[in-house]
Design a protein around this ligand. Structure first.
Ligand SMILES: Nc1ncnc2c1ncn2[C@@H]1O[C@H](COP(=O)(O)OP(=O)(O)O)[C@@H](O)[C@H]1O
Ligand SMILES: [Mg+2]
Length: 82
């Protein structure tokens, strides 16, 4: 399933996390579902998230993505309140 490949070109290591994302995307029977990525600033959350959304697009999912602006960062779910 080449489309399910999470890009390795920009992600160093993180095999376990990338495998979790691949599994999440492949297990369509469980959708809707969510992946929760947590960790300290700079640990690589956004890097993993980008690889995941790219993989989802590769699989043909319609990807709607949103991120808060810095000023909205302390407001829970601000990015969803459009
Ligand atoms: N696994 C990784 N492979 C390559 N670069 C990484 C990896 N994890 C983090 N980085 C780099 O480290 C920096 C911080 O990563 P980032 O994903 O923005 O962290 P976070 O979102 O957790 O704050 C970025 O420049 C990113 O490219
Ligand atoms: Mg980030």
């Amino acid at each position: 399933m080449a489309g399910a490949e999470v890009s390795k070109s920009e992600v160093v290591g993180r095999e376990e996390e990338l495998a979790a994302v691949r599994g999440f995307l492949a297990d369509i029977e469980r959708l809707p579902a969510a992946v929760f990525v947590e960790g300290e600033a700079g640990i690589g959350k956004t890097t993993l998230w980008r690889a995941g959304t790219a993989a989802a697009e590769g699989l043909g999912y319609r990807v709607l993505s949103t991120r808060p602006a810095e000023a909205e960062g302390r407001i829970s779910y601000a990015a969803f309140g459009v």
